[in-house]
Design a protein around this ligand. Structure first.
Ligand code: UDP
Length: 242
């Protein structure tokens, strides 16, 4: 735990800057510790409200990053100013640091051609990056992957399987792997492979990245429509009760 956290609808959110969070994680890596970083947003909260296992996993994480503008808003309702820390940006900075500090990494998730292209692009950007293991996200038996991770012992493990699959996968690693920094980063490999375009900066800066993604992928409308209005309503109610 970073020391300064707050609850949104019963879920912990760590209150810290992007750089403080990076330093927290680097300290954990250098001490060879175990860490599951959760990037929290209204969708994962809605999923966790219906899935006890996911709820328990999120609530036991030592680092919960406020990944979306919805969480930032909910904190604002409570009078807390907090920057949004998108998982994709946070993971990219960790990759950069791992390349510099010579910490090995692993990538799990996405379709085979996507992960292959992601690795190719990352190696171009960070020639010193040491990727000791990778696997696509459409496997039959996760134990084979977990055994491989235990054997290759990467210091940073990026899991881009979508929620809640990635959170459950990381939790299942806990019993077999003693140390490593695990982070679930949804569709980030699709972006790094160049398959999906990131929202223009103006959407990112104004907290409207979700709107851009919804316009580009209309299949997301149902997900947003089902979770965001209710999340904001509950967050307003929660802050009004205080
Ligand atoms: N994915 C995967 N295995 C699965 C299901 C999904 O590796 O069984 C990948 C999928 O290919 C995509 C990512 O997980 O790269 C999910 O992306 P999405 O945009 O839905 O995640 P979000 O960023 O919204 O959490």
């Amino acid at each position: 735990m970073t020391g300064n956290r707050c609850k949104v609808l019963g879920y912990n959110v760590d209150l810290l800057t992007f750089n403080e969070a990076i330093n927290f994680v680097l300290n954990k890596i250098s001490n060879n510790e175990w860490l599951h970083i959760v990037t929290i947003n209204p969708e994962i909260i809605a999923a966790a409200d219906k899935n006890k296992e996911l709820e328990k996993i999120i609530k036991s994480s030592e680092l919960v990053l406020p990944e979306s503008s919805g969480i930032k808003k909910a904190l604002n309702f409570k009078g807390i100013k907090q920057e949004q820390i998108p998982g994709i940006d946070f993971a990219k900075e960790l990759i950069h640091r791992c390349a510099d500090l010579k910490y090995s990494i692993a990538l799990i998730g996405a379709k085979e051609h996507v992960i292959t292209k992601t690795i190719e692009n990352l190696k171009k950007e960070y020639p010193a990056l040491n990727i000791v293991y990778s696997h696509n996200g459409y496997y039959e038996n996760e134990n084979i992957i977990i055994d491989k991770l235990a054997e290759t012992a990467p210091r940073l493990i990026l899991c881009a399987l979508g929620a809640p699959k990635q959170e459950i996968f990381i939790n299942n690693c806990k019993n077999k792997i003693e140390s490593g920094i695990f982070i679930g980063i949804g569709g980030s490999f699709d972006v790094w492979a160049g398959e999906v375009k990131r929202a223009p900066k103006i959407f990112q800066k104004t907290g409207l990245e979700w709107l851009y993604r919804t316009i580009k992928q209309p299949s997301r409308i149902k997900r947003i429509y089902k979770t965001l209005p209710m999340f904001l309503f509950r967050a307003i109610m929660e802050s009004a009760r205080k």
